[in-house]
Design a protein around this ligand. Sequence first.
Ligand code: C2O
Length: 547
Amino acid sequence: GDTHYYTFNVQMTNVTRLCVTKSIPTVNGQFPGPKLTVREGDRLVVKVHNHINYNVSFHWHGVRQLRNGWADGPSYITQCPIQGGQSYTYDFTITGQRGTLWWHAHFSWLRVHLYGPLVILPKRGEGYPFPRPYKEVPIHFGEWFNGDTETIINQALLTGGGPNISDAYTFNGLPGPTYNCSAQDMADTYKLKVKPGRTYMLRLINSALNDELFFGIANHTLTVVEADANYVKPFTVQTLVISPGQTMNVLLTTPPNPSSPSYAMAISPYTNTQGTFDNTTAAAILEYAPTPASRMSLPLPSLPLYNDTGAVTNFSRNFRSLASAEYPAVVPQAPDRHVLFTVGLGTDPCNLSNQTCQGPNGTKFAASINNNSFFRPRTALLEAHYQRRYAGVLLANFPTTPPHPFNYTGTPPNNTFVQHGTRVVPLAFNTSVELVLQGTSIQGAESHPLHLHGYDFYVVGQGFGNFDPVNDPPKYNLVDPVERNTISVPTAGWVALRFFADNPGVWLMHCHFDVHLSWGLSMAWLVNDGPLPNQKMLPPPSDLPKC
Ligand code: C2O
């Protein structure tokens, strides 16, 4: 493969959205950040210079980083953050993957501004398992906050309440026509120019901080062909739903004779929480012919209601991997380990003096997996593991079964207090794992998009209510389940995943809602080296940042 060299200068840049100018961290002054286009088998060398007053690190979301966790990026997990004035080079090769992935900052909430597409084309001379599209366009869905997001999350952690919600959703960083500062000004609106009678591939990425999103285009259908850089059996829908962290390639075939010069595209939230969330819709324009701004009041596509779990379930049922000779599904058939995790919110006692805690019943909000709220270590776990220096850094006793029986339909337990710890689950090399993620409803039923670093997993089953270890496994799809890196644990339900632990290192798994990540909804797998030389972690790069 080829080698691609990039320089990421992280710097503050003035950006105007919703008619307000604010200074935000950007890569090379661009928002959204630069698009990286490579091929399967290529090597990327990304030199990051941090010129801002915050720590930063970058994650290449969905890249497997075989034996090379040093390039994975989550702060305090695989590396210490890059401090202001310092540099670090991410050096990694894309093996056995092609499709749409993305990169984003992995420190606090900085990914709200620091993100961009990572397009991995098939190897030279290799095509797609569908006709080649006329054009390919990455589209990031995002969130915009008028306030400073670091202040927002720090304030929420201090007071123990929910953080402020975003002020708008965005298409490639643009909030849409409702927010233009003057009637004739379309600068805040994303426009996708298309020709009639062609097929476009939209590379969709949900980079929103805290919201799953519905997406649709008025009078057009979308054919889903790929999820999280894995091909799927194509299926056609009017509306799709995409969780933070997930990517999806969809084909859009334009009619030969469109009846209007422009159509609206829209995104709106899917959530079941009782609390507050950003309940706005952002629009963008699919444009066949130039349309004057005065004629831009286009009918929006009809999207499901914010709490339409039925629509989400129907949509997610469609996903099947290709499971062909060329793209086989290698699903663990008889897992060595069965692990059950409850994922959800919980609370901490509040003992701040002179402060009212804003969580339920005067508590502080927390979030947990099997009641363990992840405690951020002071040094990077991967380095501690590589040096076998665990004392005072991590414990290998992460609970692999829930602490008490859990019934989502019942009344939540009186005591929703979580325990805190930097705990990991150790795995022997190449263990086949079945992981059931069970949603809880301690603070109201809510879905949680769980993302696993370093791996793709097969989604073999999902359902509502409590997982039934006797009656549910016989209904698993072990033939052509979809393979992904991020999956939403359904609202008041469960999802079952399987993977082979064939990538040694320390790999974070967490809710991709940044608010839940900040509250501790994460854990790490510690996958030990295998016996062969090519089953061992690579040595750390010499410029690995220090804490
Ligand atoms: Cu896309 Cu750990 O995140």
